[in-house]
Ligand binder design. Structure first.
Ligand SMILES: NC(=O)c1ccc[n+]([C@@H]2O[C@H](COP(=O)([O-])OP(=O)(O)OC[C@H]3O[C@@H](n4cnc5c(N)ncnc54)[C@H](OP(=O)(O)O)[C@@H]3O)[C@@H](O)[C@H]2O)c1
Length: 263
């Protein structure tokens, strides 16, 4: 798909990967409608985006009624939608400790997983009317590999991966490609990756926000089913698939002291 003149909705664009991807897509000719909860950051972003016609809507993706208001805005303003990038997400919860953990599990699932499905459902008619079109879901390597003290987040990303891989079959005949982006650790506001950034060796394993933005752009252009960022993370899934006890041993040892938890 050519990007020039095409319309994109991008969630979670007020910071981090989403913000970088919005700038990247706009600078490659797309018209972008950015979505998140922090109005001031969205306003500032739209003023900075290269090109014309960009807009923002303040919305919480976990609330389907708020997602419908984004859809009404996009339909009235642009009348078409060629790419929906579901990037909004966060982590909370840390170690699973029983009933104390249930609120965090619900909150993370409601945004990371159900927020993604909400947007796919609400925008489906517009995406189908604009086909060929793309849904690009920003999952994570944590959607393929479990690691300690992150069960709410890992579950939400496994759900995004499973849902996307199944929905891809349903939506392909309707002209909509479903693409998965699976980043490894990337330093951002919500995922500072402090324990890796300061590590002399492990810091080399970090990808950048621009690496993920490149992968998102490439997925919109080519409809690539799935893409790990960096690419060399993909074979890390092998030990989990072929030698689960070895994977548990290694993941437990290597992630000692590391957590993706923010609050
Ligand atoms: N950084 C990493 O290491 C990494 C690795 C793999 C996958 N990812 C995924 O990449 C995506 C972007 O994360 P990031 O690293 O760029 O973190 P970030 O800087 O914290 O960005 C998260 C974005 O999501 C938005 N958001 C959160 N909850 C929302 C909700 N309920 N409704 C609407 N927007 C919401 C936030 O904006 P508001 O607070 O303004 O709403 C923000 O714009 C997430 O899905 C994350 O799981 C990140």
């Amino acid at each position: 798909m050519e990007l020039e003149g095409k319309i994109c909705v991008l969630t979670g664009a007020s910071s981090g990967i989403g913000r970088t991807a919005a700038v990247d897509l706009a600078s490659h000719g797309m018209t972008v409608c950015v979505v998140a909860r922090r109005k001031d950051l969205l306003q500032q972003l739209v003023e900075e985006l290269p090109g014309n016609g960009h807009s923002y809507v303040v919305a919480d993706v976990s609330d389907v009624e708020q997602v419908r208001s984004v859809e009404r805005h996009v339909r009235a303003t642009y009348g078409s939608l060629h790419a929906l990038v579901n990037n909004a997400g966060f982590t909370r919860g840390g170690e699973f400790t029983g009933e104390d953990s249930l609120d965090a599990v619900r909150a993370v699932i409601e945004t990371n997983y159900l927020g993604t499905v909400n947007a796919c459902a609400v925008f489906l008619p517009l995406l189908e009317a604009s086909a060929p079109s793309r849904i690009v879901n920003v999952a994570s390597m944590a959607g393929r590999l479990a690691f300690p003290r992150s069960s709410a987040y890992v579950a939400s990303k496994f759900a995004v991966v499973g849902w996307s891989e199944s929905a891809a079959f349903d939506l392909s005949p309707r002209g909509i490609s479903v693409c998965l982006i699976e980043p490894g650790p990337i330093p951002t506001e919500g995922f500072p990756q402090e324990s890796l950034v300061g590590h002399p060796l492990l810091a080399r394993a970090l990808g950048s926000q621009q690496d993920v933005a490149d992968a998102i752009r490439s997925a919109i252009i080519k409809g690539t089913p799935t893409r790990a960022v960096p690419r060399w993370y993909r074979p890390l899934q092998l030990p989990r698939l072929i030698a689960p006890p070895l994977y548990r041993f290694l993941a437990g040892r290597l992630t000692r002291g590391h957590t993706v938890e923010r609050d």
